[in-house]
Design a protein around this ligand. Structure first.
Ligand code: PAF
Length: 285
């Protein structure tokens, strides 16, 4: 397994492999790899000849008061996981390599990025869209994998790849969960013992919303209130948003028709947790 630190070496490596007819699978990450990342890497390993994992804590997607400085960094452990999973290249550039002096381009996907995470974290998706565009241009993957836990991020990335005619296919991999339903996230390590016990309430609330829809409820507001009541039953939880949305536009739905995505974010102490549950209503036969 090779570690590449510079953008030119990354682009050269990918060009050489493509010339040799090798297919490249790509898993972009910010490190602190967990079982969710492992699932993406395994999917890439199965589908492609060579696998690249990027590990880059992207400063431009963090707000000034967010956790950039204390975001978990554990390159040695991440390398061990990648080695075990048969990764060919870890791309771990420095911030200076990705954003050299004079860098000024910004990629924005304003409509999909406006609500939800975009409201809570202004500029976040601009940072994500810009770095993902750079990473995809450097790695030139045949297939890139993103986790469904960050549903809005996946929607933003899908849109930019389509709008900018980026080659390669994007695959969104289902969320990997702990046995009590908590979605895996690198930030779960920040949870105290009590917060960790409480955290699955977000998934329970989203599931309660999905169950209501499957039981015949179609009113967006009603489903949203039901989810909010479930999370606020836990006194230590501050809900940020619980929403019933159209999965392609991420706009709130007044009435659920065929497909909906239930999105949620809560705060538990200093930790923000996100999750989502897709719902499809099967037509009556
Ligand atoms: O989901 C992440 O880990 C990051 O947002 C990504 C896609 C690697 C961009 O920095």
């Amino acid at each position: 397994m090779k570690t590449i630190r510079t953008t030119s070496a990354m682009a050269d490596w990918s060009r050489r492999l493509h010339r040799e007819g090798v297919t490249i699978g790509f898993v972009p990450t910010m490190g602190a790899l967990h079982e969710g990342h492992r699932a993406l890497i395994r999917a890439a390993r199965l589908a492609c000849d060579a696998v690249v994992v990027s590990i880059f804590v992207n400063p431009t997607q963090f707000g000034p008061t967010e956790d950039l400085a204390k975001y978990p960094r554990q390159l040695r452990l991440d390398r061990a996981l990648c080695l075990k999973e048969g990764v060919d290249v870890i791309f771990a550039p420095t911030a200076e390599a990705m954003y050299p002096a004079g860098f000024q381009t910004i990629v924005a996907v304003p409509n999909l990025a406006r609500l939800w995470e975009g409201e809570a974290r202004p500029h976040h998706f601009q940072g994500v869209a810009t770095v993902v565009t750079k990473l995809l241009s450097l790695v030139q993957p045949d297939i890139a994998w993103f986790g469904q836990k960050d549903f809005q991020q996946a929607a933003v990335v899908r849109q930019l790849a389509q709008d900018l005619n980026l080659p390669g296919k994007l695959v969104v991999h289902p969320t990997v969960r702990e046995s009590d339903g908590l979605a895996l996230s690198s930030r779960n390590v920040y949870l105290s013992v009590h917060e960790r016990k409480t955290a699955p309430v977000l998934y329970r609330a989203l599931q309660a919303g999905a169950a209501a829809i499957r039981g015949g409820e179609r009113r967006g507001l009603h489903i949203q209130r039901l989810m909010a009541r479930t999370v606020t039953a836990e006194r230590s939880v501050t809900p940020e948003y619980l929403a019933v949305c159209d999965p392609s536009t991420l706009q709130p739905l007044q009435t659920v028709q065929r497909h909906a995505i239930l999105l949620g974010a809560i705060r538990l102490g200093a930790v923000r947790l996100l999750d989502n549950v897709p719902v499809t209503i099967r037509p009556q036969s």
